[in-house]
Design a protein around this ligand. Structure first.
Ligand code: PEP
Ligand code: MN
Length: 264
């Protein structure tokens, strides 16, 4: 179902009445790694809503490496997302880690993210096939392109046609960058599937000073959108502080992407 040969159209995945992946417009999702407070999300939304960022991100169920690290605000964080969503009229994207969270996440968010660590959680993928919300499927930490497409196939074959693929870097031997951004995969996925493909340069490189050039490269090679982490006080971010852009840098980056997007 995911294969290019299955459809003669590029699939368009609607995020809201005005925002859609896979069409003419580059879709940019911005926000912190983790929802920390209403005040934090309001500061982010205030700044991004007057830029060309179309959607907000922020995790409330966090897949942290250490069980002692902050695990996210859970339902209280969903309330925060719902609040900024309506105050600023911006769609929100957030991660769902378990089948038990699907109902409440779908009631508050416009798009459900499957994180890298869950890309092959097949029961979760099957359950998301029955949800009436678009799914942002991130590539697994060490997943091949074939495995990534098959993960999407699980969602599609269980009834949900609205899947957006996200390349977010894969593990390799060099830890100078957090992961290695596989732009070849972006091009390949655009060729072999009809699904929209977006890029997460933040988790790919893990260092804020490397995010902007890779975001531009992603757009230049045909990505349909970007998801980028930014924070009002990047160094104080409770998670992924090293890769968070300041809100100013985020807005500047989005402006700098426009000419790249028009050129492709
Ligand atoms: C995230 O988006 O904050 C996240 C945990 O991403 P990934 O699953 O790509 O590591
Ligand atoms: Mn993160």
């Amino acid at each position: 179902l995911a294969a290019q040969s299955h459809s003669d159209h590029q699939t368009i995945v609607k995020l809201s009445e005005t925002v859609a992946f896979g069409g003419e417009e580059l879709v940019i999702i911005g926000g912190p790694c983790t929802v920390e407070s209403l005040e934090q999300m309001e500061t982010v939304a205030q700044k991004l809503s007057i830029s060309s960022v179309q959607a907000l991100r922020g995790g409330v169920y966090k897949p942290r490496t250490s069980p002692y690290a902050f695990q996210g605000m859970a339902e209280a964080g969903l309330e925060v997302l719902a609040r900024v969503r309506s105050l600023y009229n911006m769609p929100v994207v957030t991660e769902v880690m378990a089948i038990s969270q699907i109902e409440v996440v779908a009631a508050h968010a416009d798009m459900l993210q499957v994180g890298s660590r869950n890309m092959q959680n097949f029961d979760l993928l099957k359950a998301l096939g029955q949800v009436d919300k678009p799914i942002l499927l991130k590539r697994g930490l060490a997943a091949t392109i074939e495995e990534f497409v098959m993960a999407a196939e699980y969602i599609l074959s269980h009834g949900n046609p609205n899947v957006v693929l996200c390349e977010r870097g894969i593990r390799s031997f060099d830890d100078y960058t957090r992961n290695v951004l596989d732009l070849g995969a972006v091009v390949a996925l655009k060729q072999i599937t009809h699904l929209p493909v977006i890029v997460d340069p933040s988790h790919a490189v893990g260092k804020r000073e490397l995010v902007a050039p890779l975001a531009k490269a992603a757009v230049a090679c045909g990505a349909d959108g970007l998801i980028i982490e930014c924070h009002p006080e990047p160094e104080k971010s409770v998670s992924d502080a090293r890769q968070a852009l300041s809100l100013e840098d985020m807005v500047n980056l989005v402006d700098a992407l426009k000419p790249v997007a028009t050129a492709v």
